[in-house]
Design a protein around this ligand. Structure first.
Ligand code: UT7
Length: 326
């Protein structure tokens, strides 16, 4: 079977920057606490009217341009998001129409911060079998719309951002060499939005109780995140017969700089081979890895032939990894 590869990337970040100094005015926190506990200095916030699909279309156009393709070439569109334009229909439908793509299979995927890797792995299967040729996978989150700006434990962490990848048949030796996807629902209540679904439909009472906002047990998640990211990274490396020291670049989900540092140390990957942009964008959930990827490709940090490992962890809990040769 042919390999699939990421042929182009693109990102779209809202213009508005919220600094730690701005956060100090909103909640009982300090720049010092946020910087030392998370590594974050600033994050982006979408403007009113700027939606998940609007930013997704911008990111997708940039990715298509890099891949040398047009929207009409797309056979599949996957939008990974937990912050859709609206519950119904899928944000992927707005993206397909807004891009001017042909009517094609377009759906949303909810795997939180692991979503871009899950989406890319799903698309990869169809490309490898020859069922489709080109797929657009978007990691898109406007988490500011789901954040409680009274809750200092979450509002300082999350930021808005979108990034996209175009997947298609690989030209050897490039391509996705190994991938893994996992979910364990026993930790579902560690990161969730209690109301607005069938378990607790929206009502005046749920709104008053602020139950439409993200709730997180950060400390418990931290330990699961470090364990899972290390484990899944080792598994994909082993599948491909690659040792950690052979990787040219490691892009972990940007959840917390301390999580990145712990995973890097456990894997024995040197600091200079690990990419981090959390100080500038915070935790953008499923957009986190593709934003990093796009920055690395456009800045020349990733060069043709490089071995790149990407690993993600998020609500569910979900976790996954992809090893690819660029
Ligand atoms: O995206 C994927 C899923 N998410 C994650 O993987 C997140 C993983 N978790 C984390 O990144 C960290 O756990 C946090 C950054 C969320 C929190 O850091 P922590 O070191 O685990 O802090 P903690 O929750 O144990 O809280 C320590 C103290 C508490 O005060 P007391 O009880 O010790 O007096 C918190 O109330 O820090 C307090 N605190 C804050 N203080 C100042 C929590 N948030 C803040 C804040 N500013 N923003």
């Amino acid at each position: 079977m042919n390999l699939a590869a990421i042929l182009g990337t693109g990102a779209a970040l809202p213009e508005k920057i919220i600094t730690n100094a701005d956060m100090e005015k909103l909640v009982d926190t300090t720049d010092e606490w946020i910087t030392t506990r998370t590594g974050i200095k600033e994050r982006r916030q979408a403007a009113p009217g700027e939606t998940t699909s609007v930013l997704s279309i911008q990111a997708a156009r940039r990715a298509l341009e890099m891949a040398g393709l047009t929207p009409k070439d797309l056979d599949l569109i996957i939008c990974s998001t937990i912050s859709p334009d609206m519950p119904l229909p899928a944000t992927a439908a707005f993206i397909q129409n807004g891009l001017g793509a042909r009517p094609c299979c377009a759906f949303d995927l909810a795997a939180a911060c692991s979503g871009f890797l899950f989406g890319s792995t799903v698309a990869e299967q169809f490309i490898r079998t020859g069922a489709i040729k080109y797929a657009l996978v978007v990691g898109a989150e406007l988490l500011s719309r789901y954040i409680d700006y009274n809750d200092r434990a979450t509002c300082v962490i999350f930021g808005d951002g979108v990034a996209a990848g175009i997947l298609g048949p690989a030209e050897p030796p490039s391509g996705i060499l190994a991938s893994e996807m996992h979910t364990d629902g026993q930790f579902a209540d560690h990161l969730y939005i209690p109301a607005g679904g069938t378990a607790k439909p929206a009502s005046c009472e749920t709104v008053r109780a602020r139950e439409h906002y993200i709730k997180m047990r950060g400390n418990e998640l931290f330990k699961v995140a470090v364990r899972s990211l290390e484990d899944v990274s080792r598994r994909v490396l082993e599948k491909a017969g690659v040792c950690p020291h052979q990787i040219d670049l490691f892009i972990p989900h940007q959840a917390n700089q301390r999580i990145t540092d712990a995973v890097r140390e456990r894997l024995g990957v040197p600091q200079e081979k690990v990419y981090s942009n959390i100080s500038r964008v915070g935790n953008t959930s499923s957009a986190s890895i593709p934003i990093c990827l796009d920055e690395c490709v456009r800045s020349g940090r990733i060069k043709k032939g490089d071995l790149v490992l990407m690993a993600a962890f998020g609500a569910g809990v979900t976790w996954g990894a992809i090893l690819m040769r660029w």
